[in-house]
Every structure is written in C-alpha cells, then in structure tokens.
Design a protein around this ligand. Structure first.
Ligand code: ADP
Length: 246
C-alpha cells in the first residue's frame, strides 16, 4: 500500500531538552498502527508535530500523494487536508443528542454557504444512522450525550471525527477509564475505521494493543526504539529494559 505520511529525521527541543530526537516514522494508507512507550517518551509531542501544533527544529513531514510538507501548514490547514485527532477527554456537546452531535460534525465538512441553505436531507440522516451503527450507538441515537457512559462518549467523539472523513486519524489513549467490554468494542471500532483510512492509536493498555492486532511502534526518549508486531517488540531486550522496566 502507498505511504500516506512520512516523518524523517525530526527533532524538537524544549529549553535545550530533546523531547523528539531524530525520529522517523511511516504509515501507509488504510494502515492501523499502535504507538506505545513509557511516560515522557515523546508520544504526545510526536502527535503534536503531525497535527502542526508543534513545529520541529529539523526534519521533514511529508503527506499524501502530492508529497506536501505539513511543516509549512497551519494546524487548521493540516486538519482540512484530512488529519483528524481525538484527544483523551471527550468533547461532545452534552446537552445535544447523539444524532445532533453527529449531524453537526457532518455539517462541519461543508462550506459556510452550504450550511446556510442546508436542510437535513434523508441522505444525511442515513449517513448519521450509519455512523451511529459503526460506533455502536444506534439504540442511543436520540439520547442526550450527557447521559452516555464515558466509553459511549468516546465512541461518539470517534463517530464525530469519522463524520469528517479524515484520511489519517490520530487517537490518544482511547481505552483510558473504560470497562473491559467497552475496550473491546473500541478496538472493533478502530479496526473497522482503519479499513477506509489510516489510524494511529497511542495507548498504554497492552491487552488493548494486542486486540488491535497491528504493527506497533515503540518510542523511547523521543526516538523509535523498536517496530513490528506486538510479540516482536515485546521480545526486544531494549524494550523489555526501558518499557517494561525489567
Ligand atoms: P509522552 O506523551 O510520551 O508522555 P511527551 O511528548 O508529553 O511524552 O513529552 C516528552 C518529553 O518532553 C517529556 O520529558 C516532557 O516533559 C517534555 N515536554 C513536552 N512538552 C513540553 C513543553 N511544552 N515544554 C517543556 N518540556 C516539554
């Protein structure tokens, strides 16, 4: 499959401390990838570089078939180019229904003029219903989002991001605070999402990563320490020493 994002030789320092150190990373179209690593490994800073929140001191970040440099683009332009990010805390509109939250996210993809003359067409209702099905919230479609469980809110937010049809979806610790069955359902949602786009999941929970059943990138001190299947990287002696602390 063709490469969607290529990060090469990227470094970032904060007050002389190298948070990201000559990091290189590639992800293909429709690939699912887990990024793991101990606290302070640079996972958040790495995601911030991809989304344009943090600009690196050196290196390249190349995206899409036209090989555009994301380093020259603002955060909002990078989002428009199809890079979506889900943060750890869900930010759904609690007093709105699941349906309204998904419909709002769908409308966000339209121009302001189109939204002005927009009436919910049956096509959009169908899209919202399909999204609700994809995230497992069909039965809760008309419930207020504030009444949902923490896990359901996370799914709703993933659905809202999917409504915008990103080509690259970055998801930060989706399993945090979830029950085991919610975690299982979340891996299903992410695996399904990665059939039509690339998905990068930053996660600590190893059982969750195992269920994702995808290539894993281990970060340590701002660089890639190991890459491969979960079984492969967890057998790596350096990974065992720095990540598992043995
Ligand atoms: P992770 O997400 O893997 O826990 P981070 O990317 O948050 O790691 O942080 C990597 C390192 O960079 C840490 O040592 C952290 O303290 C440092 N760091 C991150 N952001 C800043 C910042 N804005 N200013 C100073 N240091 C920072």
């Amino acid at each position: 499959m063709s490469t969607l994002l290529e990060v090469s030789g990227v470094s970032v320092s904060f007050d002389g401390f190298k948070a990201i150190n000559n990091l290189s990373f590639q992800i293909a179209e429709r690939e699912l990838r887990a990024v793991i690593g101990p606290n302070g490994a640079g996972k958040t800073t790495f995601m911030d570089i991809i989304t344009g929140k943090t600009k690196p001191d050196e290196g390249r970040v190349i995206y899409g078939e036209k090989s555009v440099s994301l380093l020259k683009m603002s955060e909002s332009k990078i989002a428009q180019a199809g890079v979506g990010r889900k943060f750890q805390r869900p930010t759904v509109f609690e007093d709105q229904s699941v349906f309204d939250n998904l419909m709002m996210a769908l409308k966000k993809t339209r121009s302001p003029l189109a939204v002005l003359f927009f009436k919910p067409a049956s096509e959009d209702n169908d899209k919202v219903a399909a999204l609700a099905e994809q995230i497992g919230l069909s039965a809760a479609l008309y419930r207020k989002s504030g009444e949902l469980s923490h896990g359901q809110k996370q799914w709703l937010e993933i659905g809202m991001l999917l409504a915008q049809d990103p080509r690259l979806l970055l998801v930060d610790e989706p399993a945090a605070g979830m029950t085991p069955s919610e975690r299982e359902h979340t891996t299903d949602i992410l695996r399904e999402a990665a059939k039509t786009r690339a998905v990068v999941v930053v996660e600590h929970d190893m059982e969750f990563v195992r269920r994702l059943n995808c290539k894993v990138t281990v970060l340590h001190e701002g660089s890639v320490l190991a890459e491969g299947s979960l079984d492969h990287v967890t057998k790596n002696q350096q990974v065992i020493e720095v990540y598992l602390g043995r």
